[in-house]
Design a protein around this ligand. Structure first.
Ligand SMILES: [Zn+2]
Length: 391
């Protein structure tokens, strides 16, 4: 008999995700008005606290799940325009809040761990869709000065919770790729604890966790996962917390192809979070922190669009033109404005979209002169035939 129990046994995490991700949260523009009602809709298993007010007086909410002795502190949207990990973190909290799928492992997790999750640390920046907070300060360069309310709030909760693991959740720009020529869809870092970048015990723990997530994500993202350069910067929160002996994992949600809403990346970050806590239905155990070094380092070798095989002047040599989108908040929507990034041979660059200009001599916005940084509405050949049109 094909009964309900069989269906549950047959269910995998991707099945669960496809039916249960929080579809009300979508796109790039995510702020408190989107997240607060969802936090308040979680069951009594979850406590909601307000850790502080932002510089503009908005509350900074934190969800607390579980009652175990292993304390984990996670925060997302420290950079207001980096919302992908917020969507994934909310999906993960929703996963912890349900009692049907992987019930046993989740109960086990909640009895051994307490997860303190701050979905939007920078609510003013989230509303403005800026990296910085309302005062134009990058909170991830404020870990020593603690000049802003949001920085103080995070440090205060860090000192109070005394976590054994921290998760620092971000988005990375679409310029990141890997030596393989694939885009870096997800990147990680175990930040340095000091200028000598020594492998301290805290770093090794973070590295091993990253290696486990990397292994679990491999089938989804072969050759599409990178790691960041570990140059020490004491003004960055992850570096500071690592220097204080607390393993801290930097997550960077990246980009591939035309996933500009980053809904696919969101799903991979959700899987990473589930794998980190062994909540994926299968074990992926890294043997040692050394497996971290198998992850290739990120390069800045991607642009949104590459127009190849074109000429700026008739008879001159063939070049490529790279286009990078600028994300602008307009009337409550994020608009992608294509801008000229660079012109040249660009042999080392890849495009999330590549267009063959067929050797044409081009006009940009009907002009022969092309300026770096200008917004493009159309590229045509000299006869007026469109090569790419953004109008
Ligand atoms: Zn960031």
């Amino acid at each position: 008999m094909f009964n309900f129990v069989n269906i549950l046994f047959a269910m995998t995490l991707p099945h669960w995700y496809a039916n249960n991700f929080i579809s009300e949260l979508s796109g790039r523009y995510i702020h408190l008005d989107h997240v607060l009602p969802l936090l308040n809709s979680f069951s009594g298993n979850c406590k909601i606290e307000y850790i502080a007010m932002s510089e503009k007086g908005k509350p900074i909410p934190m969800a607390v799940f579980g009652s175990g002795s292993k304390k984990v502190l996670a925060w997302s949207q420290m950079h207001g325009n980096e919302s992908t990990t917020t969507k994934a973190l909310m999906d993960f909290l929703n996963f912890l809040d349900q009692g049907d799928f992987l019930r046993g492992p989740i109960q086990q997790f909640l009895s051994t761990h307490t997860l303190y999750a701050i979905p939007i640390l920078n609510p003013d920046g989230a509303e403005l869709y800026t990296r910085e907070n309302a005062n134009g300060i990058d909170l991830n360069r404020d870990a020593q000065k603690l000049s802003q309310m949001e920085s103080k709030a995070l440090r205060k909760i860090f000192d109070k919770v005394n976590p054994e693991l921290c998760l620092n959740l971000h988005d990375q720009r679409s310029i990141y790729g890997l030596p393989s020529g694939e885009p870096a869809v997800v990147s990680f870092l175990s930040p340095a604890a000091g200028p000598d970048r020594a492998l301290t015990p805290a770093r090794k723990i973070a590295m091993k966790y990253i290696a486990e997530m990397y292994k679990h994500l491999q089938p989804y993202l072969p050759k599409k996962i990178g790691r960041y350069d570990d140059t020490f910067n004491e003004n960055c929160v992850g570096d500071t917390f690592t220097s204080l002996g607390v393993p801290t994992i930097l997550f960077e949600a990246g980009h591939q192809r035309q996933d500009y809403q980053r809904e696919a990346t969101r799903e991979y970050i959700f899987y990473a979070l589930a794998a980190l806590f062994n909540l994926v239905g299968v074990d992926t155990i890294a043997k040692s922190h050394e497996e971290y070094f198998e992850i290739p380092e990120n390069l800045k070798n991607y642009r949104d669009i590459l127009v190849r095989n074109i000429r700026l002047d008739k008879g001159k040599s063939l070049v490529s033109l790279a286009i990078q989108y600028e994300e602008v908040l307009e009337n409550g929507d994020i608009v992608l404005k294509p801008k000229v990034d660079s012109i040249g041979e660009l042999a080392d660059l890849f495009g999330h979209r590549e267009i063959d200009g067929g050797g044409a001599t081009i006009l940009v916005n009907s002009q022969e002169k092309v300026r770096i940084g200008e917004t493009i509405s159309e590229i045509t050949d000299k006869e007026g035939v469109s090569i790419v049109n953004f109008k």
